[in-house]
Design a protein around this ligand. Sequence first.
Ligand SMILES: Cc1cc2nc3c(=O)[nH]c(=O)nc-3n(C[C@H](O)[C@H](O)[C@H](O)COP(=O)(O)OP(=O)(O)OC[C@H]3O[C@@H](n4cnc5c(N)ncnc54)[C@H](O)[C@@H]3O)c2cc1C
Length: 307
Amino acid sequence: MDRYEVVIIGAGPAGLTAATYLGRYRRRVLILDSGRSRAAWIPQSHNTPGFPRGVGGPALLENLSQQASLYGAQRRQARARRLTRMADGFEILIDTAQGEVTIQAQFVLLATGVVDRLPDLAEIEAAIGAARVRMCPICDAYEAIDQRIAVLGEGDLGAREAAFLTTYSSDVTLLHLGATETLSDLASLSAHKVRVEPIALADLSVGSERVRLSSPGAPVQDFDCLYLALGCEMQSRLAVQWGAAHDDQANLIVNSHQETSIEGLYAAGDVVRGLNQIAVAAAEAAIAATDIHKRLRARDAQAQARL
Ligand SMILES: Cc1cc2nc3c(=O)[nH]c(=O)nc-3n(C[C@H](O)[C@H](O)[C@H](O)COP(=O)(O)OP(=O)(O)OC[C@H]3O[C@@H](n4cnc5c(N)ncnc54)[C@H](O)[C@@H]3O)c2cc1C
């Protein structure tokens, strides 16, 4: 059975940054990657440190990937299905193209991120690629200054995002799926001068060129961009199923070294409670990797002393 010092589950900014650190600490590291990092959606990021003219998500991932492999991190296209705590580490059951395989690790870093809930709209992927539809006001509201902004929501998350966006534009409309009575703070939306419209999803169309609302009996409305505020699914099941501490959204709760409440299991990036940002993912990864290395050094010293 393959045994690693560290297995990193997830190849987004958090997992790849941790792999670079651990590779440079000369650790035997494997990254498991089951598919699309959230960062792959990013057309152009303007708040990622060190890129004053912006960087596309795929290009950033490619750079992070090259950096990790430069320092020896191995990578495997596989989905981690089950994690089991052993006396001196973990067993990880993975699904590969060749079938199920079990591997072992002394420490595991979960960097599995979140998956955004997307509305069932034709051309949604093209619209995201063109930044016509967006998912993260903290990331790119600056690029929407003075635009006609719509927010698609289904509850208070949409209301909070719409209010946040009024820093950037005086023309913000909350397109609410279902009755607006479910919104707990209509007064605050009115104070922020956010228009609120109950809509049916079927009346909304998006594409790379436009966002259009065509409600029956009402004038057609076009918006410059649409923010989705439909929430996301935390990819924390591998830890939560063993009782790892988490909040009511299933975000993992970690200590100051990024260790979850399960000994030896670390977490970094969007899967951890906090701000879902590339800079945060990278910082958490650096902290986790350095603590794991420190503990492996202590184990190395104990093993030497026994010789
Ligand atoms: C449209 C859009 C624009 C954004 N713009 C910005 C921006 O400008 N600035 C910014 O800071 N942030 C931005 N973000 C947020 C940023 O993309 C995330 O904060 C960042 O990708 C989080 O990194 P991560 O490594 O935690 O997770 P992810 O990047 O989501 O990576 C998680 C990885 O784990 C893998 N995985 C999950 N489960 C398993 C499993 N069981 N086994 C194996 N692999 C698994 C996934 O396939 C994925 O590759 C944006 C997000 C979106 C959607």
